[in-house]
Design a protein around this ligand. Sequence first.
Ligand code: SAM
Length: 272
Amino acid sequence: MNDAVVTRPFLKWAGNKYRLLDRIRPLMTEGGRLIEPFAGSCALFLNTHYRLNVLNDNNADLINIYISLQDEADAFIDYVEQFFVPKNNNETAYYRLRKQFNRTDDPYLKAALFIYMNRHGYNGLCRYNNSGGFNVPFGRYKRPYFPRQEMQLFAKKSQQARFTNESFLVAMKKARRGDLVYCDPPYVPLTRTANFTAYSAGGFGEAEQLALAEQAQKLAARGVTVIISNHDTPFTQAAYRDAVCTHFEVRRTISCNGAQRGYAGELLARYG
Ligand SMILES: C[S@@+](CC[C@H](N)C(=O)[O-])C[C@H]1O[C@@H](n2cnc3c(N)ncnc32)[C@H](O)[C@@H]1O
């Protein structure tokens, strides 16, 4: 895929789909709304043109940023830029600002600090401890990039979006005939030891994966098209047995250990 024609999300986000757009877009139907129950950095929304979009994620910090951008656009972007200065690019400043993020109730400040941490923290990870505190260590980047243009694009496009902070099943149940629901859940582990689901407090286990597949099937019976991304494993093949599946290989960007580096099987399951 030619990266030049792709709008990159302004946030670094594990599992973001901007490299898989050419696989997903041909499977999509048009006419209704685009609903993303696991929106993350919104790569698909940014690179499609639905008149109405419902973008949901159970990470409240993420949705808070999107609402700040939607409401305040350039004023918010200017505010965030104040944190992207050389004096904030060292361990002491990072941990002070991280502490401030974990203590404040001010949604505007919290949104700005999250973007600061996304670009100054280790690998752009988003990870919380058991008490819900953001706990990613300092990232040691020479010159962290400030994604002004990407945020401006997002702010403009967000005028055609509604953001919600609910669990995926609640978001899915709102779909109506003709809508396209794209589900990009935390992936099932490739092996029983690989267990990468640390997007937000609370896990996403087999029960949630099966509930997602069941809900997709129910929506399809009501005239909704549902597409699900996941690893291609015996578990997902069984879970999506009622869907039409496309199988392919992708380069892994998050490698857990030597044995799993390289290419991994991935699938797209389409219901309806
Ligand atoms: C693989 S990422 C989605 C990436 C996204 N497609 C992108 O392009 O950036 C999975 C997302 O699901 C969210 N998530 C995890 N559990 C969830 C749940 N129970 N309900 C809704 N969202 C959930 C995470 O916060 C994370 O943003």
